[in-house]
Design a protein around this ligand. Structure first.
Ligand code: GLP
Length: 259
């Protein structure tokens, strides 16, 4: 079972997870981070930017989870731009060491395999940050995605396009296709850290951590991982059957175990 940590709010989650990342960088200055986009991980990136002040993080490497296909280079809502704006610049990472899947039309056929090669060449991802979609998607792995899938092109569901239309002028501007690390790619990371905040995520989260492991809920793949930490607020935890047990286990956790 993934470890479920219920915290009061997103900023406490941000501080907790940023602390884990800083510890990792301290132990391994060229650590490989898996970076997620969306609003959920922003609290982590803010806390990381504060905590990293004065530290040398220039050797850290990173791989984004996903990217839209076909947005023009430099589009403010491309995940390349979002990762630079929200993570790379504020934290002080070296942009040359942070990769995002290449969503350009011209090279899309080989972009997935290239990304897998790059992750492998980096020695794999040490810590993968994850959000969850309201439909249970992980990265952009929509319901039905193979649990063994690798980085590839996917078609976004209407619901995801609707959810993400808040970043665009209208839903018609949200690309139809994306390139995403597969569920199998994600499962190869050495530590998964999944975050979820707010009531809108409560159903998806319950299905992911307490429901059956199924391609119909790609986020349920975290149950297959030997080291997964799920950090959520009270609202996202509100539909969990075993919330009391998770709190009890966390409160009584032996110090030596770490996160
Ligand atoms: C997007 C991203 C996912 C993210 C999800 C939830 O579709 N591709 O990686 O987890 O949306 O987004 P948010 O954190 O904004 O709720």
């Amino acid at each position: 079972m993934a470890e479920i940590v219920i915290v009061p709010d997103a900023s406490s989650a941000g501080a907790l997870v940023a602390g884990m990342i800083l510890e990792l960088i301290d132990a391994r200055p060229d650590a490989v981070l898996g970076l997620a986009t969306g609003s959920t991980p922003l609290a982590v990136y803010r806390a990381l930017a504060e905590g990293a002040r004065g530290l040398d993080v220039s050797r850290v490497r990173g791989f984004a989870l996903d990217e839209y296909v076909g947005l023009p280079e430099g589009h403010p809502e491309s995940y390349r731009s979002v990762i630079e704006r929200e993570v790379v610049t504020p934290v002080g990472f070296d942009p040359r060491r942070i990769r995002v899947p290449n969503g350009a039309h011209e090279t899309i056929r080989t972009a997935g395999a290239e990304y897998e090669d790059a992750i492998r060449a980096a020695g794999g991802i040490d810590l993968q940050l994850l959000g969850i979609g309201t439909d249970g998607h992980l990265g952009f792995n929509e319901p039905g995605s193979s649990l063994a899938s690798l980085t590839r092109v996917k078609t976004l569901t209407e619901q995801t396009r609707r959810d993400n239309s808040r970043f665009f002028d209208s839903i018609d501007d949200v690309p139809l296709h994306c390139i995403t690390q597969g569920v199998g790619t994600i499962l190869r990371a050495r530590h998964l850290v999944l975050l979820a905040f707010g009531e809108a995520k409560a159903d998806a989260l319950r299905a992911a951590v307490e429901g059956p492991v199924s391609a119909s809920v790609p986020a349920s793949a975290v149950q297959l991982h030997p080291h997964a930490t799920v950090v959520i607020d009270e609202a996202a935890a509100s539909k969990l059957d075993r919330a009391e047990y998770y709190r009890y286990a966390y409160e009584n956790k032996p110090d030596w175990q770490g996160l």
